[in-house]
Design a binder for this molecule. Structure first.
Ligand SMILES: Cc1cc2nc3c(=O)[nH]c(=O)nc-3n(C[C@H](O)[C@H](O)[C@H](O)COP(=O)(O)OP(=O)(O)OC[C@H]3O[C@@H](n4cnc5c(N)ncnc54)[C@H](O)[C@@H]3O)c2cc1C
Length: 512
């Protein structure tokens, strides 16, 4: 077979134009890297990405990330679904989320425990739709100069010390780096020899759109039954969990009306009748994570690096977090501005968070399983989630507000997402992050901090002046991904600030 070679060498080729690949492309292009995305599917539209199948819950960190890049306002769906007339019955308590189907309520949550969440913070969670999110990200990526080639599946690659040759059938493309954002069945992961360690599934999950002759036989909402779980969130949209060890999903048998009806009848213990099956897809709670996120010039992000049950909706959030964390680090590495080990910190920061999410999903499965042990544990969680501290704990985990990286430094804010400080002129700090630069925020107008920031040119922006609520802080160094690299309450020590700057941004580029 004759190979057609494309002569231009991109900084980065990304496999997959899913939400993670697209967001990563935006981050890299914002930092002025040239990016090519190769996407297997010809058509970016799919009913599985649209309401109701494509509904995704974004957590506080994803909402913040999109806000910080001025993308949040472009997502329209949540504005409709947030409308109380559309999604809340009068007098009902607002549900904050769930753990294994056990709901926690907004009015139980003690937000005063979240010291660094200011009233000006963005929302803790948001409903979004895959299709809309991908459309918004595609538009932004293309506006930033990203090239997206659809209908080209990556089939393999070869890397040397200088770059990567990426194969798509008989065509080949060159880049300095390759990032696999090609989802749970990632070819990049398999061809790159990454170890994918974890646990096998307990159940097959079904998402179906059906016509039901006698829907009143099914109970509304989420129902954990002695044999599994079923949920009818809107007429005809039925999700089922059948604890078959993942056998049906792995059998690759066609999903027929008769099969779905049999499973639904068994799980719901009714004789409900399905008259039409419009769409059906299956998934499992298989939980695996690659033991490294990088092999030479090849990296992984999103579902390519970690998979788990979609219970409680964490996968997309984890993947968007990977992209936000990796983008600026890879860009700085390509542009030879990165301090030593910066790129390695992608793995050391993101792997533990991925592992936590896998365990969170395993813990949910463990208490949903049919049997007396799970039922007993389930009852205890029910009691705990109804307490103020319990609801606050579960909300903190599900919404990601307690997330932090284990970074060097003594201040408790270091490694956390920066609070959305509101400056005297009404500007919020998140609005100053659209360009993806680092920020040295100096509440006390300290001349030496200004000099330090200036030494880093456009890598670090210096912002001074007081904020409405400074949380007792004097100065904060913020990384391009919005996480705090250094913070001090009073009397900044210039040596500490300079050390933090060089740790994350490398050597100063100019003495001003
Ligand atoms: C039923 C269900 C409900 C969910 N709900 C939530 C939720 O509420 N919140 C949440 O955070 N997460 C949720 N998730 C998980 C979330 O959808 C995924 O984690 C997320 O889509 C991962 O994004 P990604 O870009 O990594 O991968 P994908 O979305 O899978 O995108 C991968 C892309 O790569 C392309 N591709 C594949 N192979 C190749 C190749 N060889 N070459 C080139 N391109 C290729 C694919 O066509 C695709 O476009 C849910 C998942 C399911 C199944």
């Amino acid at each position: 077979m004759k190979t057609t070679q494309n002569n231009s060498i991109h900084d980065v080729i990304i496999a997959g134009a899913g939400p993670v690949g697209l967001f990563l492309a935006c981050e890299l292009a914002l930092a002025k890297c040239s990016v090519l995305i190769l996407e297997k599917a010809e058509d970016p539209h799919s009913p599985l990405k649209q309401v109701p199948f494509g509904i995704r819950g974004l957590n506080a960190l994803s909402v913040e990330a999109l806000y910080r890049r001025d993308l949040l306002q472009e997502l329209e769906l949540h504005k409709r679904l947030k409308n109380p007339h559309l999604n809340a019955k009068q007098g009902t308590r607002r549900q904050g989320g769930h753990f294994a189907g056990i709901v926690f309520h907004d009015d139980d949550i003690d937000t005063s425990q979240w010291r660094y969440r200011l009233p000006s913070s963005t929302e803790t969670s948001l409903i979004s739709e895959m299709q809309e999110l991908e459309t918004v990200l595609t538009r932004r990526a293309e506006a930033l100069g990203v090239e997206i080639k659809r209908g080209l599946a990556i089939t393999g690659f070869h890397q040397t010390g200088d770059g990567v040759t990426v194969q798509s059938g008989n065509r080949s493309f060159q880049s300095k780096w390759l990032v696999g954002c090609d989802g749970s069945r990632s070819v990049v992961r398999k061809a790159g020899g990454f170890e994918f360690a974890g646990t096998e599934p307990e159940f097959t999950g079904y998402s179906t759109l059906v016509d039901i002759a006698d829907p009143e036989k099914l109970s509304p909402g989420r129902n954990v039954t002695p044999t599994g779980m079923y949920l009818q969130s809107q007429p005809g949209y039925v999700i089922i969990q059948d604890f078959d060890g993942g056998a049906f999903h792995h059998s690759k048998k066609p999903i027929t009306l008769e099969h779905v009806q049999e499973v639904l009848r068994r799980i719901s213990n009714t004789d409900v009748t399905i008259t039409a099956l419009h769409i059906a897809t299956t998934w499992t709670d298989r939980a695996r994570q690659t033991t490294s996120y990088r092999n030479g010039r090849v990296l992984l992000a999103g579902d390519a690096a970690h998979i788990h049950a979609p219970l409680g909706g964490q996968g997309l959030n984890l993947g968007l977090g990977d992209a936000m964390n990796l983008g600026w680090k890879l860009a700085a590495t390509i542009q030879e501005k990165a301090p030593e080990n910066l790129l390695d910190s992608y793995y050391t920061e993101r792997y533990p968070l991925g592992a936590q999410v896998l365990d969170w999903s395993r813990a949910q499965v463990a208490i949903m399983k049919p049997g007396p042990t799970a039922r007993a544990l389930n009852a205890i969680i029910r009691d705990l989630i109804d307490t103020r501290d319990g609801a606050t704990y579960f909300a903190g985990r599900v919404w990601g507000v307690n997330t932090h990286y284990n970074l060097d430094g003594n201040h408790p804010l270091i490694g956390r997402s920066v609070p959305n400080f509101e400056l005297e002129d009404g500007t919020r700090i998140g609005e100053l992050m659209h360009d993806g630069q680092g920020i040295l925020l100096d509440f006390d107008k300290n001349a030496s901090l200004k000099t330090l920031a200036n030494e880093y040119g456009d890598q670090i922006k210096y912002i001074s002046g007081s904020a409405k609520d400074q949380l007792g802080l004097s100065a904060v160094l913020i990384r391009p991904d919005g996480f705090v690299a250094w913070a001090v309450d009073s009397g900044p020590n210039l040596d500490d600030a300079a050390q933090a700057a060089s740790c994350w941004f490398g050597d100063p580029i100019a003495i001003v």
